[in-house]
Design a protein around this ligand. Structure first.
Ligand code: GTQ
Length: 378
């Protein structure tokens, strides 16, 4: 069926619930309610939408607005008291589940030199993208990692983890990304506190990078059968180099330009079971076309500046800004500079969408593939 005839078919509401209330029916519905039941035709159109309708709204969180507030929390609470000193991103459409978009949580965590947050584990998976500072580290199941700007780090579900900043470092801020809302929706949230508050570091520092960070090479003698990547840290420099190398031999695509996925070096698949992550480079002057797909996405600007149009709203972004693209929202990205590349880090729930066969995608056919801009938020 063509898009036009499909639209008119929809408008005719053929085959959809269309029952008008009568006093008799309303009385009947009340009786059903007493029995903890309901008539499907009263909710069918809502619970079976024609297409995904996200409750999340597109949001841009500007770092220049947030940074000062994040730093202020340092003088107000300690990591010991707060557990994790984090300002979370609260999507106005998802306040009930504390999600930044869809079923994904995100927050900005801040630590000062000499501070340490105690070890815990949970059944949610976590990731971090380092924004600023020096001397940050995280320990995951005894593997200690040093963290630099634009490094991407994993804390897969079930692993003990803790964070800190070395005494001779600088105040550090990073973005946390977790699947907390998803795990809660699935009613599978567990949480445990380490009996000793901190773990022993039982491997050489940054060993996962030494073992598994060799690009297309993998170590002969090391076994790995966990359902997540054995490489816990993806450093910025090799990531940026990979994008540059990719751009030398390929055009990229009309929506995302040069898009690369962080992968599990053992399988080539997503880094964790529930969340995937990517880095993309928009070439100088790149003007992307609009598409939409299922899956929720949180972007962080790793480099450069530009704008994205999301469901007709234009969001101008610069380095460290974070924005979300809800499931099935039209979106297109533009690099505002004609001389500098722009890089966008993003994480998503694609592993879930793909495993459940729920990934759908389409390009905007009209208007040469660009959305009319309806508004630009202040
Ligand atoms: O660092 O383990 O932003 O458990 C929220 C929940 C960070 C963490 C968050 C968490 C963490």
């Amino acid at each position: 069926m063509s898009q036009t005839s499909y639209d008119s078919y929809r408008e005719s509401v053929a085959g959809r619930a269309d029952v008008e209330d009568t006093p008799e029916l309303v009385a009947y519905y009340r009786e059903l309610e007493q029995l903890k039941t309901g008539a499907l035709w009263t909710v069918a159109n809502k619970i079976e939408p024609w297409e995904p309708k996200s409750d999340s709204v597109p949001v841009l969180w500007r770092y220049r607005d947030l940074r000062e507030h994040v730093l202020r929390s340092v003088s107000l609470v300690t990591p010991e008291k707060a557990g994790r000193r984090v300002i979370y991103l609260d999507n106005p459409g998802r306040r009930d589940v504390a999600a930044a978009v869809g079923w994904l949580y995100s927050g900005l965590q801040v630590m000062h030199p000499g501070e340490a947050a105690s070890a815990h584990w949970h059944s949610s998976s976590a990731l971090r993208f380092i924004m600023e500072g020096r001397g940050a580290y995280t320990i995951v199941d005894g593997h200690k990692m040093t963290l630099g700007a634009n490094d991407f780090v994993l804390t897969p579900n079930g692993c003990w983890h803790e964070h800190g900043v070395e005494a001779d470092g600088l105040p550090c801020i990073w973005q946390d990304g977790l699947d907390i809302p998803l795990v809660n929706a699935l009613e599978a949230g567990f949480y445990g506190v380490h009996p000793d508050m901190h773990q022993a570091v039982t491997y050489p520092v940054d060993d996962s990078v030494g073992l598994w960070g060799g690009r297309a090479l993998r170590p002969h003698d090391v076994k790995w059968d966990k359902p997540y990547s054995p490489l816990f840290k993806y450093q910025w420099e090799p990531t940026y180099e990979a994008l540059l190398s990719y751009g030398k031999v390929a055009e990229g695509n009309p929506f995302d330009c040069l898009l690369m996925h962080y992968t599990n070096p053992k399988t080539g698949g997503h880094v964790m079971s529930t969340m995937g992550a990517s880095m993309q480079m928009l070439r100088p002057g790149f003007v992307g076309k609009a598409h939409r797909h299922t899956g929720s996405f949180l972007y962080q600007v790793a480099k450069g500046s530009g704008y994205s149009i999301i469901n007709g709203q234009r969001f101008d972004w610069q380095e460290h800004d974070i924005f979300c693209v809800p499931s099935w929202a039209w979106h297109e990205h533009v690099n505002a500079s004609s001389t500098e590349d722009a890089c966008l880090f993003s994480f998503n729930d694609l592993p879930v969408m793909e495993k459940l066969s729920l990934y759908y995608e389409e390009a905007l056919a009209e208007n040469d593939g660009h959305q009319p801009v309806i508004s630009t938020p202040a």
